[in-house]
Write a protein that binds this ligand. Structure first.
Ligand code: TMP
Length: 212
């Protein structure tokens, strides 16, 4: 089973993935946690180029193709083999992120993005995608707090430095995707307590597992 988590910066994806992974481990369900960008060794190098704010002048096509390069490696090296081994794959962001960040927000042609995804994914799609939805002001406040608490170690703030309008386009882009494909997406109110969100996610994963 392939489960992805999406949302604006500071929406709490990482916390929820950790909680779900711990829950699955307790129930002896074989799972792995991975992420984009940066789910492989090669991807980790790509991630540092993509997120470091010293690279503010990155060209938007370079940015798009680096996300897709990361994904191409990730799918072949981690996601497909793990799914074939029967594992539950929990992935922090996947192709929907490109559709909204590079498509809805940066304005790339969606047909071009779809073409890249057909080539890279060859039909692979998450069974379930959680969108942790919260107002931009709340998400950005949390994201900057996390960066401040990392005592200067986190240089990964290129996207946090984008305008509030940019982040609003991301939020609305995700909500649009969810409306278009309600069978795969679940929108979760990410302003709730983490334990409440976790209980909700567990209930939905259990329901979905029974159907697959
Ligand atoms: P995160 O791992 O902290 O969520 O950071 C990844 C950043 O990269 C986040 O700002 C969203 C952005 N991103 C894209 O712009 N396109 C993509 O395809 C992916 C996977 C992430």
């Amino acid at each position: 089973m392939f489960i992805t988590f999406e949302g604006i910066e500071g929406s709490g994806k990482s916390t929820q993935i950790r909680l779900l992974a711990d829950f699955l481990k307790k129930g002896s369900r074989d799972s792995i946690v991975t992420r984009e960008p940066g789910g492989t060794e090669i991807g980790t190098k790509i991630r540092s180029i993509l997120l470091d704010s010293v690279n503010a002048k990155i060209n938007s096509l370079t940015e798009l193709l680096l996300y897709e390069a990361d994904r191409a490696q990730h799918v072949v090296e981690i996601i497909r083999p793990s799914l074939e081994a029967g594992k539950i794959v929990l992935c922090d962001r996947f192709f929907d992120a490109t559709v909204v960040y590079q498509g809805s927000a940066r304005g790339f042609n969606l047909d071009f993005i779809d073409y890249l995804h057909e080539t890279i994914l060859k039909g692979l799609k998450p069974d379930l995608t959680f969108i942790l939805d919260c107002p931009v002001a709340i998400g950005l406040k949390r994201a900057w707090k996390r960066i401040a608490n990392s005592s200067g170690k986190a240089k990964e703030d290129r996207f946090e430095k984008e305008t509030a309008q940019f982040h609003e386009k991301i939020r609305q882009g995700y909500l649009r995707l969810a409306r278009a494909e309600p069978g795969r997406f679940c929108i979760i109110d990410a302003t709730q307590e983490p334990s409440v969100i976790h209980d909700n996610i567990v209930r939905i994963v259990n329901e979905k597992t029974l159907k697959i």
